[in-house]
Design a protein around this ligand. Structure first.
Ligand SMILES: Nc1ncnc2c1ncn2[C@@H]1O[C@H](COP(=O)(O)OP(=O)(O)OP(=O)(O)O)[C@@H](O)[C@H]1O
Ligand SMILES: [Mg+2]
Length: 355
């Protein structure tokens, strides 16, 4: 079990909701604009300390209020912890078991979650940022040292970019290269290991969802066949002109190949959604096998854009993961889980458990 219970106050249209979460399947249903996405976004915020799709905090606080508050009990590997997040006019506060000085990385570690929403196809069809976040979520959970590698790299990159923007002489820019190269090598090695694991899991999930194999190829963020050191040297003049570092793991991407073709060129949105789901489920599988406890899977309107057969395949794949699931639907009969879910009706931002 991941999340035991949850309360939200003044988050989007939710004035005050609270729910006891089933360890297996939960289904929240209600009409358009009743608050289904708001509820999943609130739960996701508790596990990440940030919005699912980069919404501004001021748009997440209920109109006319100063901040929102989210609290939940989560079962971690050894005990039950109380997680709390507040954000609004006075900024973000993360509170874990009464300690106000914890960061969002601790939230993510305690409540590992993945979300599938109607925009999920952008994991396949959109820009590289989302694919990097996807990959980094996996690496974060499978390698404990990854956060440190990544922070070291970000710090070196920030310093180097500051030197570039200040039009510092080339030697002052290159002074950061050693730290940049070392941390970039650590980040890259961790990501490459995770891609190998993801690839194995993805062979099965993509076959299950799309009836074909998807290959993942990690693109390091600099010129193929060259080292990062060579690429940095080669792009120094351009970096100085633009005030930013063009080569490095912050520019990495995952190339997706489906039936020998670039997957993002798959014409159908439904197929893009299935492929994105196959990727998410592969990551969930990899992470669960390492942390040895279920990930929380949020499925916002999984039926959107899928025909009945595809939705069925998707729900079967979800069932195979053994994750804790919270799904939403306009009508509860559309979603068939292998066992009866805990049912909640949502109307005008109010939640009512159904017997
Ligand atoms: N900051 C906010 N304060 C108050 N209400 C908000 C805020 N942000 C969004 N809302 C409102 O919350 C309502 C519910 O939105 P939500 O996206 O949760 O609905 P939904 O049930 O997911 O609908 P759909 O079935 O169309 O996806 C909308 O009417 C929206 O305008
Ligand atoms: Mg919605």
């Amino acid at each position: 079990m991941a999340l035991l219970n949850f309360t939200a106050s003044d988050f989007r249209c939710l004035e005050s909701v609270s729910l006891e979460v089933s360890p297996n399947y939960n289904l929240v249903f209600g009409a358009n604009a009743s608050g289904k996405t708001s509820l999943l976004e609130a739960i996701s915020y508790l596990g990440r300390g940030k919005s699912m799709r980069g919404a501004l905090t001021q748009n997440l606080v209920r109109h006319g209020r100063e901040h929102f508050t989210l609290v939940g009990k989560a079962q971690t590997s050894s005990r039950v912890s109380t997680l709390g997040v507040q954000n609004g006019r006075d900024g973000l506060v993360v509170r874990i078991d009464g300690d106000n000085n914890r960061g969002t990385a601790t939230l993510a570690e305690m409540l590992p979650l993945q979300a599938v929403d109607p925009e999920i196809h952008s994991l396949v069809a959109g820009g590289p940022d989302e694919r990097r976040r996807y990959l980094d979520w996996t690496v974060f959970h499978v390698e404990h040292t990854y956060v440190d590698h990544w922070r070291r790299f970000r710090r070196a990159l920030r310093q180097r970019n500051a030197a570039l923007r200040a039009a510092a002489p080339p030697a002052a820019v290159r002074a950061w290269d050693q730290e940049l190269l070392q941390s970039a090598a650590d980040v890259t090695a961790s990501r490459e290991r995770a891609v190998e694991q993801l690839q194995l899991a993805l062979l099965a999930t993509s076959e299950e969802l799309l009836g074909g194999e998807v290959a993942l190829e990690y693109q390091s963020g600099w010129l193929k066949g060259k080292s990062l050191e060579e690429s940095l040297a080669g792009s120094l003049e351009r970096d100085r002109q633009h005030g930013t570092t063009h080569a490095g793991p912050h520019r990495a991407d995952l190339r997706l190949v489906y039936n020998d073709r670039q997957a993002r060129r798959l014409v159908s949105r439904g197929q893009q959604k299935l492929l994105a789901c196959a990727m998410v489920f592969a990551a969930v599988e990899v992470v669960q096998s390492v942390i040895e406890r279920p990930v929380l899977l949020l499925l916002d309107d999984p039926a959107a854009e899928l025909d009945r057969e595809s939705l069925q395949r998707l729900l079967e794949a979800v069932a195979g993961l053994g994750s804790q699931v919270i799904a939403t639907a306009l009508d509860p009969d559309i979603i068939q889980f292998p066992m009866a879910p805990a049912l909640f009706h949502v109307e005008q931002g109010r939640l009512t458990p159904q017997a």
